[in-house]
Design a binder for this molecule. Sequence first.
Ligand code: NAD
Ligand code: UD1
Length: 345
Amino acid sequence: MRVLLTGGMGFIGSHTAVVLLEAGHEVVLYDNLSNSDAAVVDRITEIAGRRPVFIEGDIRDENLLVETLSSRAIEAVIHFAGLKAVGESVEKPLDYYDNNLAGSISLFKAMRSCGVKKLIFSSSSTVYGEPAQLPLTESCPTRKATNPYGRTKLQIEEMLSDLAVADPSLSIVCLRYFNPIGAHPSGLIGEDPNGIPNNLLPYVARVASGRLPELHVYGNDYATPDGTGVRDYIHVMDLAEGHAKALEYASHSRGWTAVNLGCGRGYSVLEVIHAFEKASGRKIPYRLEPRRNGDIAANWCDPSLAARLLGWKASRNIDDMCRDAWNFECRQSARQSHSETSCCK
Ligand code: NAD
Ligand code: UD1
């Protein structure tokens, strides 16, 4: 299939591009590079052995999208592009509504103009808010999010559901990711946020390699087995494979569907630290801190709908996730210091 990946140069998009290229799809990456590096396209090519097309562009540029969709005869879109930092979304809500919401509207209009009917959307477990029950199934209520980032995800899901009612020939799958971590086993692509990471795994990796001095563990008084927050971590390669399955599903289905992508079990912050220590052979110094605003105690999903509908199930465990995140951290810190040898050895 000829597939356009908005935000395809980012963390999840680049891994998905590799999986799709390896499966024989024609891949066009459309990205404004606001949170990614132009070198990623070479790394994807090195891994997959085939070069995707890269178009530098913004999803708010409807004309460029129309031109790209039509000239490349695109059959399906996977929509990753968006801003994703929760704290920043509270400080700059207009940027989030403009980029994520207005950007999505521009994309959906361009798809309509060009008759592109298949869409996979990057949603998030954040749409469930504070879980009413665990594990979370897709029939659990979605709730008012605690921040503008989360609200854009829910609003885009709702907009897509309305579009599917208005045009029954559309095929739309909203993938609700739980906590994607890890990296491609080559260490060529992974997650390396600018500045101080907000998310647990990139932070832990930088402490292990010595790029940061210690981890802050936000809260040890939650009603969880060891008091720290519990999440459903999922290897980014499993997630990428889930997109390939969702694309197959979208090619023969109609309507709007939301599907959880997670492993179906939770790990606490302390369990993640121990798994990373095992993978890296490094001690991770940490300090207990008060809870972080907006955090929930625990969430994990029931991934059985993904198994039934998409024929997908995560196959990599927390040790695989930490091993691959560590391998990427070692290679990335070596690349950034332009040294032949990694600080991790
Ligand atoms: P990322 O920041 O690594 O990738 C997003 C990509 O989109 C970047 O390459 C960025 O340059 C691009 N982009 C942003 N705004 C754009 C615009 N206006 N036009 C064109 N390109 C634009 O993020 P990611 O972790 O790969 O996340 C991908 C998607 O999945 C996002 O929509 C995110 O909200 C969603 N998501 C991520 C997580 C997570 O933990 N990583 C969890 C749930 C959902
Ligand atoms: C966060 C976002 C979520 C978003 C997801 C992916 C918040 C409140 N939620 O999820 O909306 O979809 O990222 O971008 O930001 N932790 C520490 N120390 C750290 C970092 C995290 O102890 O330095 C803990 C957190 O308290 C949490 C767990 O680690 O218990 C996971 O945190 P994180 O990786 O930020 O993901 P979420 O909060 O689940």
